[in-house]
Design a protein around this ligand. Structure first.
Ligand SMILES: Nc1nc2c(ncn2[C@@H]2O[C@H](COP(=O)(O)OP(=O)(O)OP(=O)(O)O)[C@@H](O)[C@H]2O)c(=O)[nH]1
Ligand SMILES: C[C@H](OP(=O)(O)O)C(=O)O
Length: 215
């Protein structure tokens, strides 16, 4: 079994630009990557490929294999899948709330394809028992696309339903979940910059006292 993490550091997480500078986002995405790698290793998944647009963006101390590709998420993953012959987990780098217990559970299901939905119709994790046959289609409503692709292949499917595994950190309000439920490096990073604001309705983030203003 192996895992592949698509990873682009350059100008990462542009949707967080209202609350983090380019340098901060690039620092933050690296910490989220470290959290994801840590969860994989804790789950016993040690064969980890990072599919990256530049080897310079990946910390040298991580125990991973680098696969450097041209930009383009779908094309690079689909090329990669043609080269693998064992069950493969495609896991995004922006999942600091995913824990080893989720990953162990995901790899224990008997279905051909396990999908962890992402917020807003995305796909956070795809676990493929036969990756060579599968073609991914990220962006748009990729969750439904991946269900359709699985059905068209005549494969069985399991949807893994989990708040923490389904929370990808894309937009400023996602940082609330990281502040509440996180326990890794990415959580430490946001704790220094933001705090939670409680009132009526959902918890919000605001800039911590060292920074100014509400978000
Ligand atoms: N290898 C590779 N990975 C990518 C590419 N684009 C995004 N990724 C990774 O794919 C995953 C999901 O991407 P997004 O959530 O859209 O992340 P992003 O592109 O940094 O964020 P936005 O700029 O806000 O869209 C993350 O792990 C990214 O690091 C790419 O062109 N190539
Ligand atoms: C890559 C994309 O990520 P999102 O933009 O939903 O974070 C998806 O899951 O299809």
């Amino acid at each position: 079994m192996r895992a592949v993490i698509p990873y682009k550091k350059e100008n990462a997480k542009s949707r967080l630009s209202p609350v983090l500078s380019k340098e901060e986002r690039e620092e933050f995405v690296e910490l989220m990557l470290r959290d994801v790698v840590d969860s994989l290793l804790c789950a016993g998944i040690t064969n980890i490929d990072i599919l990256t647009t530049s080897s310079k963006g990946v910390p040298e101390d991580l125990e991973v294999n680098l696969v450097v590709t041209e930009p383009g998420l779908n094309v690079s993953i689909n090329e990669y899948l043609r080269t693998v012959d064992e069950p493969t987990m495609i896991i995004m780098a922006d999942l600091p709330l995913v824990g080893s217990s989720h990953l162990k559970k995901i790899t224990s299901f008997p279905e051909d394809v396990v999908i962890v939905p992402g917020k807003g119709g995305g796909t956070n994790i795809l676990f493929l028992s036969q990756p060579k046959e599968f073609t991914v289609k990220y962006h748009g409503c990729s969750f439904l696309s991946h269900c359709d692709i699985t059905n068209d292949l005549g494969k069985s499917i399991r949807i893994f339903d989990s708040l923490l595994a389904s929370t990808d950190i894309d937009e400023p309000h996602d940082i609330v979940e990281l502040l509440i439920y996180g326990d890794g490096l990415a959580k430490e990073y946001v704790e220094k910059r933001f705090c939670t604001e409680t009132g009526e309705g959902r918890v919000k983030i605001s800039a911590s006292s060292k920074l100014s203003g509400f978000i």
